[in-house]
Design a protein around this ligand. Sequence first.
Ligand code: GRF
Length: 216
Amino acid sequence: MARMKVAVLISGRGTNLQALIDACATPDFPAEIKLVIANRADAAGLARAAQAKIATAIIPHRDYATREAFDAALTAALVQAGSELVCLAGFMRLLTPGFVAHWRDRLINIHPSLLPAFPGLDTHARVLAAGVRFTGCTVHFVRAEMDNGPIILQAAVPVLPGDDAERLAARVLEAEHRAYPQALRFIAEGRAKIVQEHVEIAGAAAHFDIMLNPPS
Ligand code: GRF
């Protein structure tokens, strides 16, 4: 079967991008990354893509007068690459409703909390301030509202005594690196279906470990 053509949008270090690159390099993985786009020339993730011989594009948001013009440039590059699915991986720009509508059900994001708890930035500091015992990560389809949309997969991670934001972030990041490739696999295999804004995954019971609480 043809592999799903994927594009990844990044702004920074790209460790989730790396997890997706590594997954796509394994035999029989049902997706391939055709393009990595960064909105910053200094995004360290660009080197990861180049290392893996994946095409890259730098589309600096500052070059565009409006968010709409920037998003139109993104869409043009994504279409040109034949993208069937767009993965946001630490992409630090808010996308316009028009972009989100264009890529509806073909645009996914990873966020380092158990959404709908703790959307937005400084997640781990806010998790610690709230005193919750579990946090985690969420891979979801993107809707217009930030960090919102049908949930594909979540992994739970314990908050441990003595954690600071950095330690907690590192523990959650390990879970992210397992969760994002697994979510991509579900979609590329055609097993993720959105029914009334909830994602149903065929045969998900076999993946109960990662969907609940992967060991760190
Ligand atoms: C991750 O924590 C991701 O959940 C969030 O931004 C961070 C990106 O990290 N959206 P990296 O660039 O993938 O290392």
